[in-house]
Design a protein around this ligand. Structure first.
Ligand SMILES: [Zn+2]
Ligand SMILES: [Zn+2]
Length: 361
């Protein structure tokens, strides 16, 4: 705050001239850029850096479109018949599920998955020095690794040449987003983002709620068709093409969604990530010294609680802060503190006071 200066406003400066407009635009162009504007990863930011998305997120509109179109057709063409013949709770349950699915999807897509900021030049130089001094000066081993002990089990930390640091445990570098992500699970094109430490719980709630929604719509559509008489269906085939579209979408998506939900439920129960499961990081085949997953609490409920209900770690990239080209001088946006008229009297009060003292005997 010591660098903040308040200047007297020149009344002449209040008149807008073309020169001042030009200066204003120049100042705007020269304003300090925020970190998200100079972010080195392949991400896109929205709402002044509040929302983050992978650069290649073209499948996300397709995901949203499929959900919205299927639900729209369901509410428009199936619900009126089902409300009339069964219960009003069908559109209510469908609506709640739809809202939950869309909110979970958007939360997964626009949340920082747990990106680790890249090392600064000083930090990178410091790590390089440590690596150089640890080995001989002439020979440097090609794979830069560090070994640490987790639950009496040796875990190798790999060096990331892009982020210039040793990756913390369970961290992996996403080649599509070009970032190191904590507790990296996988890069999901359907949600247009990496799935990691900070958005895994939203991703899981998305696929679980989508399983319920797809099964619900599938069941309702089958009921709708069954309740109609066969001849009626044939005579209304033109008007019920929407029901057929819903049926086809649900039939082909339900198996993959249910399978994915089951797979992630297994991963959560064993405190594993998709990345670790695919690589077989903790499988017994990799060596006699590997005695299983060192991150597991050996209790399904604890594993589920830690993964889904643990405290939400803060975002480390601080994307709305000032970037490296931010000037040292702070910009004051708050008005100057109010002054007490008795302690700091205005000039005219001082003059009148002096005059009255001079007049008084
Ligand atoms: Zn990296
Ligand atoms: Zn990614």
């Amino acid at each position: 705050m010591k660098n903040c200066e308040y200047q007297q406003i020149d009344p002449q400066a209040l008149t807008v001239s073309p020169l001042s407009v030009q200066n204003h635009t120049e100042k705007k162009a020269q304003r300090p850029r925020r970190k998200w504007e100079v972010f080195p990863g392949k991400n896109r930011f929205f709402c002044d850096g509040r929302l983050i998305l992978a650069r290649q997120s073209g499948v996300l509109p397709l995901t949203l479109g499929l959900i919205v179109v299927t639900c729209g057709l369901f509410f428009a063409f199936d619900c009126p018949f089902l409300v009339e013949h069964l219960t009003i709770f069908i559109p209510l349950v469908g609506g709640l599920l739809f809202l939950f699915v869309v909110l979970s999807l958007l939360r997964t897509s626009f949340t920082d998955p747990g990106i680790l900021p890249r090392a600064t030049a000083d930090e990178a130089a410091d790590i390089e020095k440590q690596i150089d001094t640890s080995g001989s000066s002439t020979y440097r081993p090609p794979p830069r690794t560090k070994e640490i002990l987790i639950n009496q089990q040796v875990v190798k930390l790999k060096y990331c040449f892009t982020c210039k640091m040793f990756r913390p445990p369970r961290t992996s570098h996403c080649s599509l987003c070009d970032n190191c992500v904590e507790r990296f699970d996988h890069h999901c094109p359907w949600v247009g983002n990496c799935v990691g430490k900070r958005n895994y719980r939203f991703f899981y709630s998305f696929i679980i709620s989508l399983s319920f929604l797809t099964s619900f719509i599938f069941g309702c559509v089958i009921t709708h068709i069954t309740l109609r008489e066969y001849s009626q269906v044939i005579s209304h085939l033109d008007s019920s093409w929407c029901t057929v579209v819903e049926l086809v979408i649900c039939f082909f998506s339900i198996w993959s969604i249910l399978g994915l939900s089951g797979f992630h439920t297994y991963l959560i129960a064993s405190n594993l990530t998709t990345n670790e499961d695919i690589k077989g990081s903790w499988s017994s085949k990799r060596g006699a010294e590997d005695s299983g997953n060192p991150y597991s609490y050996n209790n399904i409920i604890t594993n589920c609680c830690v993964t889904l209900c643990g405290p939400m770690p803060p975002s480390l990239i601080d994307r709305r802060a000032c970037g490296p080209d931010c000037p040292v001088v702070a910009v004051c946006s708050s008005p100057p503190p109010p002054t007490c008229p008795l302690l700091h009297p205005p000039d005219f009060l001082l003059q009148s006071l002096t005059r009255s003292l001079a007049v008084s005997p």
